[in-house]
Write a protein that binds this ligand. Structure first.
Ligand code: SF4
Length: 336
């Protein structure tokens, strides 16, 4: 189970990572990596897959562990379920072997009820991997399907006879977009990668970002015109959370509206702010704390991550999912 609002489950067949940042960016979305912090905790250190991935200070070591047993959980879903996988690694980190990825995508191919949401900050490798992976994944899926007792024989037969859908219809691929440099570097690579659904995770959003050109090029390009798109937005939470200006989110919501892209505001973070004059959208403008803006006393919101939709300005209460796989669609709107 998970507390991440845009998914139903998390699974971690990969554990471990290293921080990265977009070229030319002053800030990194990895700076306060939750996964590294959590990996060091006693709660997770009791599991062997967390050994060796972080040092005593809670910094990633660069070691990534593959945990194939986690993939068996995909075979248990009997109804469509969103699965964020992995949440404790970057699947396209250089320490992740192609053979591991083949097994992960084979398990996804064998389990269409699992709607897998996969996110990376390293989309160049993702694009390159998928250019050559299809047949390797098929072979791995046939091996895995034959040796797993609860394989759906109909799905396995389709894969064996090459009658399977490609790109995998239950695989959503996304990139992190924390600033403009990340958008400019990663979104074009995502658009070059075949996927049933492509999504952007603008969390932690660290500045105003213009993605309108990418969203509109999506509509123009014949090769990707059929793909679905989705945008998630969120402010940073946890110790040392950096500011999240509501105007940044409002702008992204509007850009998605203009391009008819579903958008999901996950949280406004632990340090939400807004500009004194919302027409002035530049660094250095004196901020007001959101708690004052909403009329709360004190410095805190009831939800420390800013994930309670009722604590947001009304116009920002939007949680939409892509129009894909009818049984998992829902739109959550506020009830006042
Ligand atoms: S890519 Fe993700 S898991 Fe890896 S360091 Fe950055 S935030 Fe953490």
């Amino acid at each position: 189970m998970t507390t991440i609002e845009w998914t139903d489950h998390t699974l971690n067949p990969l554990v471990g990572c290293t921080k990265t940042r977009a070229k030319g960016a002053k800030q990194s979305g990895c700076e306060h990596c939750y996964a590294a912090r959590a990996s060091k905790s006693g709660r997770l250190q009791q599991f062997p897959q967390y050994h060796g991935v972080v040092d005593r200070e809670g910094n990633w070591t660069g070691q990534v562990n593959f945990v194939p047993e986690q993939l068996e959980k995909l075979f248990r879903f009997r109804k469509p379920t969103r699965v964020f996988m992995p949440s404790m690694s970057d699947p396209f980190h250089p320490a992740v072997k192609d053979e591991w990825l083949d097994q992960i995508f084979a398990a996804i191919a064998l389990n269409p009820k699992a709607i897998v949401q996969m996110l990376t900050k390293r989309p160049a490798r993702m694009r390159d991997y998928f250019r050559t992976a299809k047949n390797r994944i098929r072979i791995a899926a046939v091996d895995m399907g034959r040796s797993t007792s609860n394989t759906d024989q109909g799905v396995l037969a389709e894969i064996e006879s090459c009658q399977w859908d490609w790109p995998l219809p239950n695989l959503w691929l996304g990139v992190s977009v924390e600033n403009q440099q990340a958008a400019d570097e990663r979104i074009p690579l995502l658009l070059q990668t075949p996927a049933a659904v492509r999504f952007l995770s603008c969390e932690p959003l660290l500045e105003a970002v213009d993605i309108s050109g990418f969203l509109n090029s999506r509509n123009r390009s014949k090769s990707i015109v059929k793909s679905t798109f989705w945008t998630i937005i969120g402010g940073e939470s946890g110790p040392g959370a950096r500011p999240f200006y509501l105007e940044w989110a409002r702008s992204l919501i509007q850009q998605c509206r203009d391009a008819e892209v579903p958008v999901f505001l996950k949280q406004i973070g632990s340090n939400p702010m807004h500009y004194q004059n919302s027409l002035v959208d530049k660094p250095g403008t004196p901020p007001w704390m959101l708690v004052e803006y909403l009329g709360y006393q004190g410095r805190g919101m009831r939800d420390r991550k800013g994930g309670d939709i009722q604590e947001w300005p009304e116009d920002m209460r939007v949680r939409e999912f892509p129009d894909f796989s009818c049984e998992v669609i829902s739109i959550e709107r506020s009830e006042k």
